[in-house]
Design a protein around this ligand. Structure first.
Ligand code: HEM
Length: 440
């Protein structure tokens, strides 16, 4: 294995692979964070100048658009994540765009509710419920899953290969990045009775409804999909027919701290979160990993053979351009953060992506250096009590995906595209929605 020197890779030229945006909407043009819109084009296409400005000028910054306080330096983000008593996870899944009555009515039709289960659970039941999840994704389970991941990756890429050979190109996001984690999750958790395309559609709709800024018409459409997802989960949990070695089977056997069984609503809420978190985020990571590797000179060819390079590349992408760009917490009582007094009930948005480019922790943060010594100090998976229990699976899937794609498609390159590249633009999720490759 060769270890490239820190300066072996060129500085990155904007998140979407374009030059940094310097225009009417960029902070460099007017020097003002007043123009910041976390859903807007300038931030979505090139968030780095904004994140740099936030960290250096206003590391705990009130955003009047969302009402959230943006926390962008590594040290404060880490402090918040590691103190679950003072900074509660209760707001983790609250809809960022308030749901109007018409939408609430659609959700109420099936009794939609998300009681505290995992990411939004600061109560005593969290520890045990989290253990149900970690049993499915511990190091041994992930090691055993590698042949499964490789088999599914090869199957999907054989199909991609045929498309490239017949049509000259293919979108790796739709045909590969999005499907691989969904099919892997379904095998590992024993999810039956739904096809991957439907699970992906339900999952994407849930992310957009709760983390997006959709207009009313779109909210109503999304709510119908979320309701279908919730209804399917409720029926499956209630039926008691899930195999005992499946995730739903494990939840049925789970006992709460008081010895009681889990109520259906909480079991459904746990599935709702895990079935989304376990595949959408990893699909987003794989899309970014593939796009960045194919845009980096020489990387695509090296990564297929060089031991450890795919893993190192994935880690550096997690630091610089993670799919979960931010996560929420709320203060339990009045406190101070980065010198800013905050009353009880203050809603915080931890800028995980900004913390990965903090020069106090990562020198030359704009450079992609897969072998930087402290690369794992990033906070892309959170930290502390709620740290992502799927981190090891996500890392492994992304590395397998990259290596397999580079091996099976050595002759493709990122296709030239006209106009902007479509990006997923949600409060906490950001990734390319298309990774078009073509034979030169
Ligand atoms: C690249 C992929 C992924 C990223 C970037 C990611 C990121 C995160 C983040 C930032 C959190 C919140 C951490 C905190 O509050 O401190 C989280 C929580 C969680 N993630 Fe992931 N995740 C990924 C993949 C997965 C996978 C594959 C699973 C599989 C089951 C998963 C399951 C969960 C669960 C259950 C929680 C809540 C944990 C708790 O509250 O105890 N995630 N993830």
């Amino acid at each position: 294995m060769t270890s490239p020197a820190l300066d072996e890779f060129a500085p990155d030229t904007g998140a979407a692979g374009r030059g940094p945006v310097v225009g009417p909407g960029s902070p460099d043009s007017r020097g003002s964070l007043d123009l910041l819109d976390v859903f807007g084009d300038p931030f979505v296409h090139d968030p780095y100048p904004w994140l740099d400005r936030l960290r250096s000028k206003s590391p705990v910054h009130h955003d009047p658009v969302t009402g959230l306080w943006l926390v962008s330096r590594h040290r404060e983000v880490r402090r918040v994540l590691l103190d679950p008593h003072l900074f509660l996870p209760d707001n983790a899944q609250v809809a960022v765009t308030p749901l109007p009555v018409a939408v609430l009515r659609v959700l109420a039709r099936v009794g939609f509710t998300l009681p505290p289960a995992l990411a939004n659970n600061g109560t005593a039941s969290h520890f045990g419920l989290r253990r149900v999840v970690t049993r499915f994704f511990n190091a041994q389970r992930v090691a055993e899953a590698v042949p499964v991941i490789e088999r599914i990756a090869d199957e999907l890429l054989d199909e991609v290969r045929s498309q490239v050979d017949s049509a000259g190109g293919c979108d790796l996001f739709i045909s590969f990045a999005q499907l691989l984690p969904c099919r892997v999750l379904m095998e590992l958790l024993g999810i039956r009775g739904v096809d991957p395309a439907t699970l992906i559609r339900w999952s994407d709709a849930s992310l957009e409804l709760f983390w997006g800024r959709p207009a009313l018409d779109r909210q109503l459409e999304l709510a119908e999909l979320v309701v279908a997802f919730h209804q399917w989960l409720t029926t499956t949990v209630r039926s008691g027919a899930a195999p005992s070695d499946s995730f739903i089977g494990a939840l049925a056997r789970h006992r709460l701290p008081d010895g009681g069984v889990l109520d259906v609503e909480t079991a459904v809420a746990a599935c709702f979160f895990v079935f989304i978190a376990g595949q959408s985020t990893t699909g987003q990571l794989i899309a970014t990993v593939l796009r960045r590797a194919s845009a980096e000179s020489g990387m695509w060819l090296r990564v297929a053979d060089e031991t450890g390079l795919a893993e190192a590349w994935v880690e550096e992408v997690l630091r610089r351009e993670p799919p979960v760009t931010s996560w929420r917490r709320v203060t339990a009582q009045a406190t101070e953060l980065g010198g800013v007094p905050l009353p009880a009930g203050t809603q915080l948005l931890l800028m995980l992506m900004g913390s990965g480019s903090d020069p106090e922790v990562f020198p030359d943060p704009e450079r992609m250096c897969p072998h930087r010594p402290n690369v794992r100090h990033h906070l892309a998976f959170g930290a502390g009590r709620h740290r992502c229990p799927g981190a090891s699976l996500a890392r492994t899937e992304a590395a397998v995906a990259l290596r397999a794609a580079a091996r099976i498609l050595p002759d493709v390159q990122l296709a030239a595209e006209a106009g902007d590249r479509p990006m997923l633009r949600l409060l906490s999720f950001r990734a390319p929605l298309k990774v078009a490759v073509a034979q030169p």
